[in-house]
Ligand binder design. Structure first.
Ligand SMILES: Nc1nc2c(ncn2[C@@H]2O[C@H](COP(=O)(O)OP(=O)(O)OP(=O)(O)O)[C@@H](O)[C@H]2O)c(=O)[nH]1
Ligand SMILES: [Mg+2]
Length: 226
């Protein structure tokens, strides 16, 4: 078997499990969000700040993926919510088998928001549906405003762009208007938020976005979720 048919087979098996996961998430009212970015754009920092700002009673859980180390899970567990590390051992993205396995002993009916932090990579994770309702792409101001044009797939598939590290804008030549225009060239309906995890800027808007998105998720019929 050559490479293309084998990749197709793996992807179609992944899509099949993604469909099952999506149904389970919907049945239990769980909004699943898949966070994708280049390494170091601030996915874990965004989650740390989010968990820090949520009431202890919030029904939130996190699966965080990396090629190696438990570092991100250790950072995120400090806030008292359920967190599991998925260590891929070399694979540059998460897939649905990893998600299924790590969800096995969690009760989805107890989780309103499930964050999945994907492996840091702007390319591979975009091909793997994890059954999420929403893909969110992060782009930090140190990466350059041209990234949506260079890595269009993930910007096309993501509903929301979070531009991170805005506190660094005085120190880097990042053209915010051009970055947003580039993202909307790839995905005209893209929603865009700007945040700084160190200063807390933009977190009110981010939490409001999450709250609204969960409401629309709960209101949507199951067949409208793909
Ligand atoms: N100045 C500044 N630094 C930030 C901000 N957010 C994250 N960082 C820093 O950026 C670095 C990477 O942040 P992480 O949150 O670990 O990034 P990540 O996307 O989770 O990284 P990987 O999981 O390795 O892909 C850390 O040193 C953070 O402290 C921010 O808003 N402002
Ligand atoms: Mg991380």
């Amino acid at each position: 078997m050559n490479r293309v048919p084998l990749e197709k087979k793996i992807l179609s098996e992944n899509d099949r499990i993604a469909g099952e996961l999506r149904e389970r998430f919907h049945e239990h009212g769980t909004l699943c969000l898949n966070l994708i970015s280049a390494p170091g754009s601030g996915k874990t920092s965004l989650l740390e700040k989010t968990l820090e700002g949520l009431p202890r009673t919030a029904r939130v859980a996190v699966l965080t993926g990396d090629i190696q180390t438990e570092n991100d899970a250790t950072r995120l567990r400090r806030f008292g919510f359920p967190v599991k590390q998925i260590t891929t051992g070399g694979t540059c993205h998460l897939d649905t088998r990893m998600i299924e396995r790590h969800l096995a002993d969690w009760r989805l009916q107890d989780i309103d928001l499930l964050f999945i932090e994907n492996v840091g990579n702007l390319v591979c994770p975009s091909s793997y549906d994890l059954g999420e309702a929403v893909k969110i792409v992060l782009l930090s101001v140190t990466e350059g405003e041209d990234k949506p044009l260079k890595y269009p797939s993930i910007f096309f598939k993501s509903e929301l762009l979070v531009i991170t590290k805005t506190d660094l804008l005085p120190y880097v030549p990042f053209d915010m208007a051009a970055a947003e225009a580039n993202a909307r060239r790839i995905h005209p309906q893209m929603e865009i938020l700007r945040v700084s995890c160190t200063k807390g800027d933009g977190f009110g808007e981010w939490l409001t976005w999450l709250e609204q998105r969960r409401k629309t998720h709960l209101a949507a019929p199951a067949n409208a979720l793909v």
